[in-house]
Structure formats: C-alpha cells, structure tokens
Design a protein around this ligand. Structure first.
Ligand SMILES: [Zn+2]
Length: 344
C-alpha cells in the first residue's frame, strides 16, 4: 500500500458517497451515514490502512482522509428537507394507509340499540337536564324528606340551594307529564350521578334508560310483557326475565327485575358472578300520588315505569367485567367496538 493507492481509495469512497447520498430517500440517509461515516464505516476502515504507509507519507494521507470525511459530512448536511422529499422513493406496491376514524363508545352503541327497540314498540325519546331541582328529582316522585336516597352521602348537591346532579332519569318523567297529556309512551336515556364508591360495578356517573307508559287499562302484566320483549331483543331469544317485589317511593306495587345471563345461559359465570342472573333495575306501576303531582286523572289513567342500567347491559352484551373500563377512555379497549351505526 502506498500513498497513491490510498489517495485513489479515498477518492472512490468520496464519489460513491456523493452519488449514494444524492440518490437516497430520506429513510436511507441514516444507513448511508453509518456506512460511510460510522465507527466501522468505510472512512474508519480506510484510516486503519494509514499504519501501512511510510512515516513521511502518513501526515499527507491523514489530511486526505480528514478532507474526505468532511466532504462526505457536507453531502449529508446539504440534503435539505425538500431535496429529501424529492429523492424519497415511493413504493407504490405498499398497502394504503388506513384512515383512523372515531368509533362509537360501547355505552352509546347499547343506548342506540335500546332506543331502536323501544322506538319499534311505539315509544318516543325524551331528555331533560342533568342539573335538577330537589323537586323534580325527589318531591314530585313521592320521595319522602327522610328517604335515604336524599342523603348527602348519596347525592351530589350543588352549592345553589335546592339543586343537585340528578340521581336518576325519573325526573324527566315528571317534566314530560307536565307538558303532555296522556296517553304517552316515552323513554329517557341519559346520565345520572351518585356518590358511589368506585369499584368494578359502581361508578359515580352512570347511564340509565327510563321508561314510562301511561294509558287507560294498563296493568302489571303489560309492564312485564314490555320488559320481556325488550330483554329478548337486546340479549337474545333465550333470555328470561325474573321479577322480585321491591319498594320504590314512586311506584306501587314496585318490582326489581333481572335478566337471565346470556353469557352462561343461567348456569353461572364470571359476568353474572355465578348467579345466572343479571340485576337490571327497578320497575312498577306509577304511584297515583305521582300522577296527582302532574294533574293526571288517577281514576282514568294508570301507568308503569321502569329504569335500566345501560352499563349493566353493555357489560353483559360485550362481556366486560369492570365498569371502570367504560369510563377510562383507554383506546386499546375502545377500539374493539364496532360502530355499525356510524357517527352518533
Ligand atoms: Zn353468567
């Protein structure tokens, strides 16, 4: 190895580098930098050959090596963004980029389905304020002043006297009856708030769908029929409904109702906690005192009402065992849900 050979070697490297950098796409630049300037790159490898030269040629060769290196560095610096773009090689055989579109939240999906089912049974949809008065949330619904639901431990009261975050969608029943004469069939989907400690089945905010049916000659069998028809539509033909006596201030008689677990067909599983049943909510015949509060003729009209927890139904339908997943907005969780209805 003599100085002339080495000089030619560096010249070749310089030419190769110039061509390679000018033709490179943006993605390739880093690799090229390593190839020419890296610790084990072509310049570094060639500099090792300096040791094979005579003592007097070494300084000259070192200078050539450093100049070559500096020039190659300048090629990389000269690659301005627009030049980089110009040189970016497109691979038209790659699959197209997927458009990222928003989906519907599972609660929204279920709510939409519930609305569709009741709409098919002749119900219309009503809504009302989430900031309510004590009158609509409790008094008009025949809830006595000392009822535990009114406790400050359970209800979010607002600083303005007499106002609260509604604990149920039932106050909308009163608002609807105040503005419409019977007969009526209405459902009220919406958010409610209670001071519940957060755990796998409780959250301080949740969604309900309230239903109210008022007409002449309405009885408990009609209520049971509506809820049974709904259960089969939302969770499948095999689902059974179980009614249990209960007490609510605004219905008489009052019931709680459960759907048989569609995941295990009533045998018992993780979702129904081994019981085979899913507690949905309460229902009953509207207490005549509630009708009196809105000026309905209690001799002429009867009605039934029910509530249902939307999270509960979503959890059964999608096999979700922790309600918190529905509120944490974790994209990995949310992206599993289809959005067959498009935007809503
Ligand atoms: Zn089950």
């Amino acid at each position: 190895m003599n100085i002339d050979e080495l000089e030619k070697l560096f010249k070749d490297i310089l030419q190769n580098a110039q061509r390679a950098v000018s033709e490179a796409s943006q993605n390739e630049l880093n690799d090229l930098r390593t190839k020419f300037l890296g610790r084990k790159g072509e310049i570094a490898q060639s500099m090792k050959l300096l040791g094979k030269l005579s003592q007097e040629d070494r300084p000259k060769a070192g200078k050539i090596a450093n100049q070559t290196k500096a020039k190659i560095e300048s090629f990389f610096r000269a690659m301005k963004p627009e030049q980089k773009l110009l040189h970016t090689k497109n691979d038209y055989t790659l699959p197209g980029r997927k458009n990222i579109s928003g989906g519907s939240h599972p609660i929204r999906l279920v709510m939409r389905e519930i609305i569709d089912i009741f709409y098919g049974m002749g119900f219309s949809v009503a809504s009302g304020p989430e900031i309510e008065t004590e009158y609509y949330n409790f008094d008009a619904l025949n809830t006595p002043a000392d009822h535990p639901a009114r406790d400050i431990q359970d209800t979010f009261y607002l600083p303005k006297d007499g106002y609260l975050l509604r604990t149920q969608t039932s106050p909308v029943q009163i608002r609807v009856m105040e503005s419409q004469k019977p007969p009526l069939r209405v459902i009220v989907p919406g958010k409610c708030y209670r001071k519940d400690a957060i755990d796998p089945t409780h959250y301080y905010t949740f969604s309900q769908c309230e239903g109210l049916y008022v007409d002449k000659d309405v009885n408990l069998a009609d209520l049971m029929g509506v809820l049974t028809a709904f259960a089969k539509k939302i969770l499948g033909e095999n689902v059974k409904v179980r009614f249990r006596p209960h007490y609510f201030p605004f219905t008489e008689p009052s019931l709680e109702y459960d759907f048989s677990c569609p995941v295990c067909n009533g045998k018992g599983c993780r979702i129904c906690k081994g019981t085979g049943w899913i507690e949905i909510s309460g229902a009953g015949m509207v207490d005549p005192k509630v009708f009196e509060n809105v000026g309905y003729d209690t001799d002429k009209y009867q009605g039934f009402a029910w509530g249902m927890g939307i999270e509960r139904i979503a959890m059964v339908k999608y096999g979700i065992d922790d309600i918190r997943l529905l509120y944490e907005n974790d994209l990995a969780f949310l992206e599993q849900f289809p959005h067959p209805f498009g935007c809503f």
